[in-house]
Ligand binder design. Structure first.
Ligand SMILES: [Zn+2]
Length: 278
């Protein structure tokens, strides 16, 4: 999956470069060429050369931390959907507002309970929509809440050391909750300005607000259409898709995903602007 992503990223870069040179050759740069050039801006931490890192950090010392999982997201979405959505949003924010995007964390906390036969169920394994409750295929992300706290603490300490002054983290629901709950305490402890989908923001926030349902499915159709397969869902509306929580994913559209995505990007801009970072 990382390979596929890398090759599509290469395609993006190639398209961006082609667009940029076409713009130079013609009398005026066309709008699509400018758009392509914008997609070529490198914002992922792991891809930056030191001089690129220094420049981006000096311009806007904001780090983005995508909180992902490898988790069942219905039969129709890829297992890495959480990080794809949070990272996708953050890459766009970094291109528009500056900053650098950390590699996603694929481990996260969630509710968990043991079963009579000695197994453990986590998260959506025992959601109302999972009938009967069972270990859903592909879920492989659960860590105890305390371990996740320590891991994020360690990442924040490293980001501070590297020179960042602000961090925005978001993604997988329980990771988001953990981040937001501990935000004021960590802000004081690390001397970093921290941003997340707090209760005030949550009322308007439209990114990753259900589980593999209309919202997440639409976002994935906008961001990674090739990885979504709606034909895997039951065709009869009387059968609810397993392990899916929220509005019906069969009503998802890429256009709605784009609307949700853009409104979230705008909320991030407002958060940064209100904090005097832009
Ligand atoms: Zn999700």
């Amino acid at each position: 999956m990382r390979e596929a992503e890398h090759s599509s990223r290469r395609d993006f870069l190639a398209a961006g470069l082609a667009g940029a040179s076409a713009g130079v050759l013609s009398s005026g740069q066309s709008a699509p060429a400018a758009e392509n050039a914008a997609t070529a801006i490198k914002v992922r931490y792991d891809e930056l050369l030191p001089h690129e890192f220094r420049k981006r950090l000096a311009e806007r010392p904001i780090a983005y931390l995508p909180l992902g999982t490898l988790e069942w997201h219905g039969e129709h979405l890829p297992l890495g959907s959480d990080a794809m959505q949070s990272e996708g949003l953050m890459v766009q924010c970094a291109r528009r507002f500056g900053g650098i995007v950390m590699p996603p964390i694929y481990l996260g906390p969630d509710r968990a309970k043991p079963t009579d036969d000695g197994k453990m169920l986590v998260g959506m394994d025992y959601a109302e929509s999972t009938t009967p409750a069972r270990q859903l295929d592909g879920s492989c992300y659960w860590v105890p809440a305390g371990f996740h706290l320590l891991m994020v603490d360690a990442i924040l300490a490293q980001l501070k050391r590297a020179g960042f002054r602000a961090v925005f983290a978001d993604g997988h629901g329980p990771s988001r909750s953990s981040w937001v709950e501990n935000l004021p305490e960590r802000q004081a402890r690390f001397g970093l300005k921290l941003f997340g989908v707090t209760r005030e923001i949550a009322r308007q926030w439209k990114s990753q607000v259900d589980h593999a349902a209309r919202n997440e499915t639409s976002l994935m159709m906008h961001l990674k259409p090739d990885l979504v397969d709606l034909s895997q869902l039951p065709s009869s509306r009387s059968t609810w898709p397993q392990g899916v929580g929220g509005a019906d994913p069969r009503d998802a559209t890429a256009a709605y995903g784009k609307e949700c995505f853009e409104s979230s990007v705008e909320l991030v801009r407002q958060m940064f602007a209100a904090a005097g970072l832009l």
